[in-house]
Design a protein around this ligand. Sequence first.
Ligand code: TXA
Ligand code: MG
Length: 316
Amino acid sequence: MHTLIGNQTHEAAQLLLAGKVVAIPTETVYGLAANALDAEAVATIFEVKQRPFFDPLIVHVASLDAVYGLVTTFPEKAKALAAAYWPGPLTLVLPRKKSVPDLTTSGLETVGIRMPRHSLTLELLRQLPFPLAAPSANPFGYISPTTAQHVMDQLGGKIPYILDGGACEVGVESTIVEVKSDGEATVLRKGGLSIEDIERVIGCVKVQQTSSSAPQAPGMLASHYAPRKPFYLGDVQALLAAHAHRRVAVMRFCEAEHATAVLSAKGDLHEAARELFATMRRLDALDVELIIAELVPEEGLGRAINDRLRRAAARS
Ligand code: TXA
Ligand code: MG
């Protein structure tokens, strides 16, 4: 299949209306989109991504009206979060209507929904009579794409169109919050919206810790977002000493000493999040044997960055 990169929403819309899969830009990472209400189109996403069927997809919408078409209840806390942060890097997991195919939700009684903050994708959604199911547009387990070229590098030849909306502004996936009908709220995945921002609107939330054995949100699998090269996380000096005779690439937060790449010279966590996945990809492609990295401060977006770093290191 020939893969075209372009910025024409009507091209993408025609393909999606025909049941095809198209890559779309969002403020977090690029998504691999299809009609969320068409099980056959959704099945193609799983096939292209080589994703296991137990891992449910996020449904993207451009309006609150569209949410009501997907859920049986829209709890007050969820409404408050949507009002505060949509469009934006927040996914709400809510009780689903039967009209959402089992394949989209992997048979769960809930559906993950978000309104992405990207003008091209919002424009595209407004041209379509259905919402778009979209996981991140990477092969299962690998680093998520934050540019159209990243998508092309890995899925070129497998999808007809990549809607190019430039580099992603946030750079890590959305924060996933489940709100039960009784109002109980739990963060299932740390992401582009900080827990501090969530708690400012709805008060204290539970934060589910990673579990690789029984993942609630399988993006939570311990080993995920991983480069192909061995990836070691810890104290840079100590790791360098431990791998003294090997060819290493070093990814640091803001320090330049020993660094092959620095995520944010000025120590800004937003910049670090934006640069994270592209930097990991770049280092993965270098002629080195392994990658060494360090954690960033565990606050704000730093929690999502550290979560991705720990998972990338889980395999090594
Ligand atoms: O920022 C994002 O969320 C990006 C962009 C494209 O929107 N999407 C994304 O999708 O990260 P994906 O499939 O890579 O990760 C979605 C995560 C999965 O781990 C999935 O298990 C979880 O969301 N999820 C989706 N629906 C769920 C549900 N009903 N209950 C619990 N977890 C759910
Ligand atoms: Mg993903």
